[in-house]
Every structure is written in C-alpha cells, then in structure tokens.
Design a protein around this ligand. Structure first.
Ligand SMILES: [Zn+2]
Length: 650
C-alpha cells in the first residue's frame, strides 16, 4: 500500500501546504509530556525482539501479482534510537518504535507468531498446526505460514483454525492458511466464539450495514490518507499500519462454535480450553488456554495498549465492565499456572508474575474507567466534564501497556457514559439544537467575521489550539469557501495532532488539516463488502443492508413485492417496499409482482444494484417470472453512497 501513500520524507507534495512544522508551543508540550511516562522503563525493547527467527527478504512481501502486500520501509524513519521529534508525542513515538517490527518469532516451545499489524499465531501441536487468528489478508497469512515453514522446516498440516473474535483483521487471511474444501469436509475445523449465526452476523454485519460511513471514518481515524512521516501518520499505535488494506479479505464461516466457558477441544493433539467473553472488545470474543505449554491469550481484551470502549471509527459501544470481568475470570481459572500471555496484536508477556501483574493491571485500568465515569455521572457531571477530569492513578497510568495507543482515556470515559446512559449528555441545550452550520452562521452574524479571525489568530499565536479550533469552526461551517478561516483552523488542528498521544486523534486532526487545505482526497476507501463477505452475509442481514439503501420519502409512494429463491442457500424469501420501508420474510408471498431464482451472489447484485439488474440477470442466467419493471421502480428509490463525503466542512 506504500506506493499509494504521499511521501512527505521525499518531498512529494500532493496536497498543497501539507504539514507545517511543530510550533514552539507544541515542542514544549511534547517535551513536558515525558513527565507523565516511565521513560526509563525500557524492558519492552528487549521483549519485542525476544525470539526473533526471521524477517522478510528486503523487508517486503509481494502478492501473486507482484504488488506490495507489506513494506517495512514505510516506517524506516522511525529509527530505534531516535528521540521523539517535536511533532510527535513521545509516548506514541516510543510505541511506534516497538510495533513497527514484523517477522517470525518463537514465543515458547510449540508457540510461534508472525507479527504483522495483526498477528498470525501458529501453535506447533504434536499432530498438526493450529492457527490462531489469520491476520489482515490472504497474502500476508500465506506469506506468514510460508515463512514459518521455510525457517523451521516444518511441514505439518494445518489441523485447525481459531478466530478469537469477529474483527476482520483476525479472520481476513483465512484462505491463505486453509483450503475452503477442507473446512467444508470437516477435515479442518474453524473454532470461534458464539453461535455460527452470531459470529457471521457480527463479523460481516458490524462492518457492512454502516460500512460506507465506517470506511470514511476509518480513513480519518487510521490516517489512511496521510503520508508516513513525523509530520504525518506515525503508526496506528496497536499495529504498524504498513500492510495493505487493499490486499484480499477472505472469510469462511466457523464450523465449531464455543458458547460456554470451560469448553475444551483437542486440536492437533493438544487440548485448548476456552473462556467465552462476549460483549467486550468485540461482540463475540474468547480467551484461550493451552495447558500443555501454559500459554494464555485474552485476545484483544489484553494488549500493550488501552483498548477502545468506544471505537472512533464507529462501532457499537463496548462494555468496560466486561473487559475487567473476563480478565479477572481468566486470572481465577489460570492465574496460578500461566507462564506466558500472547496477543493478536503487539508482543507477548513472559513469566508468571509479569503475566499476572499485566492482567491485573489491565483489569484495573478498565474497571477504573468504568467506575469513575459512573461515579461522576452519578454526581451529575456530563460526559465531557468527566472526561476532562478523570486521570488514571500512577500505579495504572505509568505502566506502558495501559497507555493510549488504541483507546484514549478521554473518549473511553465518554464511551462508558454512552454505553450506560445513551447519547444525551444531560444538558437540555443539546437535546434539540440547531445544526452546526446554522449555529455557525448566527455566531458569525453576531460576532463578525473579522473579530473571529482575530480571535483565532490570537489563540494560535498563544498556543491555545483547542479554543482556536472551536472559534474558527464557526467561520468554516458558516462559509466553507472561506479559505483564510480554513487554513487557520488547519494550523490549529495540525498542532493538536502533533501533541496527541492517541494515534487516532493525531490521524483525525492531521487528516482534517489536510482536507481543509487541499479538499477531500479520494484514496482511502477501505472496502469490507468483498465477494466473500457478501456471500457469507446471512440472508436476513442482506435484506437489512438493502433496506438502508431505500430513499424513504421517494419510496413512500411505491408498493412493490418480490419473491426470491436462493438456490445455493435452499431458501425462499419475499421482500416488499411499502410506506417507504423495505421488509423481508422467509417464504414466498402469493401476490408478488416478480419472482427471481438464482444463486445468492447474483441475487445480492440485483438487490444492491437494481439499476444494473437486467445485465446481472442476463449474465448470471437468473430465472425470472413476472413483471421486470418492478426492478426499475426499485432502482429509482435505491440510494448510492458517496465514499468521500465531507467531514471537516459541512
Ligand atoms: Zn484487531
């Protein structure tokens, strides 16, 4: 993906005026920040390299077409011994020095990891390999397994695959390590948390139904449009951000569901014991204990980072209390025996005492956020007021693995409020407010543009960037053509980005600055609605996805009904659009205007792109019976989504 990035290091400026240097205020803030961190604790630098067996030739991985699937050179500017530049928070810089590493590592005898943005974990069990999580793409999963086989001369077959949770960076590479036919015949089980229907629903549904909004927000939060450099993206904190989001995302449904804690499977000759941990970092998640090697993973519920209670890219809010609950349950079950903890991101923790301290500390971090947020809510504070005052106690906050590389304390406090109290912050002025552009216009009318510009300049000149952003926001939203205001606001966003410890805040601020200066760029779309995900989508979810495309007010005047027969799923459905709403039910209706019969992939194409229905029907040889003009009626009320909608301007 590196070839698609702007390269600020080489001076290739695609966007005008991108990336100014850090101001003296920002340099000062970043210098002072070190007092918050345990800078002299360097143990992680030894641990991150522990067990290294092999890296990639030339630091690169290519796919079958010869395109780059991973390029370590992208992070080369993050030198191991380089001090943090003035434009990077020192804690984020340090974490980036650690997580930029990739390659094959031995964790303990019988347990290996190929570290990417998301790790491929390989258990070398007596009778076969057990793959725990399959990283972000088929290319990297395949390359990782090949590296393991070549470096260790190990040609044992893959005996099983385990998904720890429903996020794509943990299942997307599955077809790089296992043949779908071997899963279908039951030769290679795929073990995963939750029922199969639930895993499918969250793996696919969480990313697709609101997928366009999520993709655009992901471009902002993970800096997908930014160059990799010390005034651009400096890793995404939990992962390097150097491997291709455009590689192939595959999916195979699980075959062996884990729905109870204490369930055991014998895989490759070793027992694996599971702790079911739903509604934590993902809707379906589980922890895994391998007694033969006393190795534990708490999946993404324990990391070298604070995780998101509310992910900013956009997903349902998580339960901080559950993170703590299941971490403690893991300590109760295995805490007296555990010798090593390994995760699906970052590097392991070795040694019984250190693992116990790590899990206890992460448990307490999540519980502290949960309990203090609700204590202050009960005192009458609003989410923003609570987020401004809650600090972690030093015993928790000075441990590197509790720092804000994925989640941030500020937005996680707001996340707890959201989870427990919903979206309203408790201020009557926010329950039915004017829109931001309307509010902005009235502020500008009342205060005057010149006064706001002067105030914004003064705030920037004195390093008061938070205020500068807020006051200038009125000008930008009142008149998005006001270049002077946009450039000033970009200057303020940029310095806030340089000061942020949370890489997602940095990416949001810097992307906003870039788009305010140069307009919306169009390279960062991450598509999770691939052929595999559409095919794996449960049919009811497919109709949900079609339903969110219906333009309600226009559809209110139509009344259509279609019957559909999904030949490969052996199921019949009827769907109708009436009152501006799409509904669907199993079974055929008596009075449908049209019946279409064919495989799911083609029917999905017809429903999602009714304007191209005739071509799809002809190409796929679908059987139809009835009035085909119904599809044109449907096309007329089906929306398309702009992948590059405005964020930093109205
Ligand atoms: Zn992940």
């Amino acid at each position: 993906m590196g070839k698609d990035r702007l390269a600020c290091a080489e001076g290739e400026k695609i966007v005008p005026e991108v990336m100014k240097p850090a101001t003296s205020f920002t340099v000062g803030v970043n210098r002072a920040a070190v007092s918050r961190y345990a800078m002299d604790d360097r143990a992680d630098f030894a641990d991150v390299d522990r067990g290294l067996i092999a890296g990639w030739p030339d630091g690169q991985v290519h796919n079958d077409q010869g395109d780059l699937a991973l390029d370590e050179h992208i992070t080369a500017y993050i030198a191991d011994d380089a001090p943090a530049p003035g434009s990077v928070n020192p804690s984020l810089w340090r974490q980036s020095q650690l997580i930029k590493r990739t390659g094959l590592y031995k964790v303990v005898d019988g347990l290996y990891q190929v570290r990417f943005s998301a790790n491929l974990t390989i258990v070398d069990a007596p009778e076969g390999l057990v793959i725990i999580d399959t990283t972000t793409s088929t290319e990297l999963a395949k390359a990782g397994l090949d590296l393991f086989r070549t470096a260790l001369g190990n040609d044992k077959p893959v005996a099983a695959v385990i998904y720890t949770h429903t996020h794509f960076d943990h299942y997307a590479g599955v077809k790089g390590v296992v043949d779908e036919a071997d899963v279908a015949t039951g030769k290679v089980p795929i073990v995963a948390p939750g029922t199969i229907a639930s895993f499918d629903k969250y793996a696919i549904g969480e990313n697709v139904i609101a997928g366009n909004a999520m993709s655009r927000r992901m471009a902002y939060t993970f800096g997908l449009l930014l160059p990799h450099c010390d005034t651009g993206l400096v890793t995404v904190g939990l992962s390097g951000g150097y491997d291709g989001m455009r590689n192939v995302i595959s999916y195979i449904s699980p075959t062996d569901p884990i729905t109870r804690t204490g369930e055991v499977r014998n895989l490759g000759g070793w027992d694996f014991e599971f702790l079911y941990a739903p509604d934590t970092e993902a809707p379906e998640e589980m922890h895994i204990w391998i007694p033969a090697i006393k190795a534990l993973t708490c999946a993404e519920n324990a990391n070298h980072s604070m995780h998101n209670i509310q992910t900013i890219r956009g997903a349902r809010t998580r339960d901080a209390r559950n993170f703590a609950r299941y971490l403690d349950e893991s300590l109760v079950r295995w805490g007296d025996q555990v010798a090593v903890h390994y995760g699906p991101h970052t590097w392991p923790v070795w040694g019984h005492d250190d693992v116990v301290t790590f899990l206890e500390s992460q448990r307490d971090m999540y519980k502290y956020i949960h309990d203090q947020s609700l204590r202050l809510a009960n005192q009458g504070l609003t989410p923003l007021e609570a987020a401004e005052v809650i600090e972690l106690p030093a015993a928790i906050g000075r441990r590197w693995y509790n720092r804000y590389y994925h989640g941030g304390l500020h937005h996680n406090v707001r996340g707890v409020f959201h989870k427990e109290l919903g979206f309203w912050d408790g201020d009557p002025a926010t329950i039915f407010p004017l829109l931001p552009d309307e509010t902005a216009k009235r502020h500008v009318r009342l205060i005057g543009r010149d006064k706001i510009i002067a105030e914004g300049r003064e705030a920037i000149a004195s390093g008061d960037y938070r205020w500068a952003v807020q006051i200038l926001h009125h000008l930008v939203f009142a008149d998005p053509a006001d270049t002077e205001a946009k450039n000033l606001q970009a200057d303020a966003y940029e310095q806030l980005g340089y000061q942020a410890e949370v890489p997602q805040y940095r990416a949001i601020f810097l992307t906003a600055a870039m788009e305010l200066r140069g307009g919306v760029q169009t390279a960062g779309k991450v598509s999770t609605d691939t052929q595999d995900t559409i095919l794996a989508m449960p049919i009811d979810l497919l109709f949900d996805f079609v339903g969110v495309h219906i333009i309600g007010d226009q559809a209110a005047s139509i009344d259509i009904q279609l019957n559909l027969t999904f030949t490969d799923a052996s199921s019949k459905w009827t769907m109708w659009v009436r009152n501006g709403v799409l509904n669907a039910r199993q079974g055929h209706a008596d009075h449908a205007q049209l019946t279409i019969t064919g495989p799911k992939a083609a029917l999905a194409g017809v429903l999602l792109q009714p304007a191209q229905a005739e071509a799809i029907i002809a190409k796929a040889g679908l059987e139809t019976d009835g009035d085909l003009s119904v599809l044109q009626t449907l096309a007329a009320v089906t929306d398309t989504f702009d992948p590059d909608f405005n964020i930093s301007t109205p």
